[in-house]
Design a protein around this ligand. Structure first.
Ligand code: ATP
Length: 268
């Protein structure tokens, strides 16, 4: 189901974020995510990716973080004035801070929790469960297993599945590839890009792995030390000599996605 394709669903303008009144994590960062597109946020450790995703979900106050300037709007709502649960009900659903699952609960109960968070009724939850099992057959096979016993890849699938149970309009993901084998990463991205293509699901994905991000996203913003260093279409960024040299390990090198060279290095 397309969501007014092309319209800005998320707008971030000149965003400044400070933690604990002292650590200035973002400096004037801007980003627009249009309905129906996959946007990537790439950057090295500490560049500010997680902070931006927390800001987008209005999770900063709980971490003594504060938006001190700029604008953040989801579908026209001022994010800083909207509670996280209201943002979820409006369609902004995140998979942040690792892949939180309720470890003692079964896969099924974890997924059901995602549907209830949105206020879905029983029938809708049942239908959405079957849909998630169809997308991630590995979860269907382990529906009665405690989430804490799943592999890392399966836990990531469960976390994404739980978010999908909330029927997101914008799905926000923090490093879904982190620590996972290339085959598992590909399987997860295949599902995400498939949902984007077939249903117009809008995605904002933070990734350290630039090669991976630029292969799957339509647009990308590169963060360096809390500032937007580069932005543009993934195709244009991939073609740039400086991006090739700095982030992709040179044009001639066909290194795998797990190569350290495809990760963003901290600027000198
Ligand atoms: P990583 O991939 O390591 O998570 P990142 O790009 O997501 O990196 P952030 O985690 O957003 O970067 O960190 C940006 C800056 O904000 C860093 O200097 C970090 O030390 C600081 N920071 C992050 N969280 C907090 C916090 N809760 N309190 C204080 N400072 C923080």
């Amino acid at each position: 189901m397309s969501d007014g394709a092309g319209r800005p669903l998320l707008e971030v303008e000149a965003l400044e974020v400070v933690y604990g009144g002292a650590v200035h994590a973002l400096h004037g960062v801007g980003l627009a995510v249009r309905a129906g597109e996959i946007a990537a946020l790439v950057g090295a450790n500490g560049a500010g990716k997680t902070t931006l995703l927390r800001a987008v979900s209005n999770l900063l106050p709980a971490l003594r973080g504060q938006v001190t300037a700029g604008r953040l709007a989801f579908d026209g709502r001022d994010v800083t004035r909207t509670r996280t649960d209201a943002l979820v009900r409006a369609g902004l659903v995140g998979v942040l801070e690792g892949r939180h699952c309720f470890r003692a609960l079964s896969v099924r109960d974890n997924l059901v929790a995602g549907g209830l968070g949105r206020g879905s009724g029983r029938g809708a939850v049942r239908a959405d469960l079957e849909r998630v099992y169809g997308l991630f057959p590995a979860l269907a096979a382990k529906r009665d297993v405690a989430a804490g016993l799943l592999s890392g890849g399966e836990q990531q699938m469960a976390a994404i599945g739980r978010a999908l149970m909330g029927r997101p309009r914008l799905l926000v993901l923090d490093e879904p590839s982190m620590g996972l084998a290339p085959k598992v990463v590909e399987a997860i991205y295949r599902v995400l890009t498939g949902l984007n293509r077939t249903e117009g699901l809008t995605l904002l994905v933070a990734e350290q792995n630039v090669r991976l991000a630029l292969r799957h996203a339509h647009h990308a913003v590169v963060l360096e030390n809390g500032r937007s260093a580069l932005a543009g279409s993934a195709a244009a960024l991939r073609a740039r000599d400086d991006v090739q040299a700095l982030y992709l390990g040179g044009a001639a090198r066909a290194a795998s996605d797990r190569s350290p060279d495809s990760r963003v290095r901290a600027p000198a």
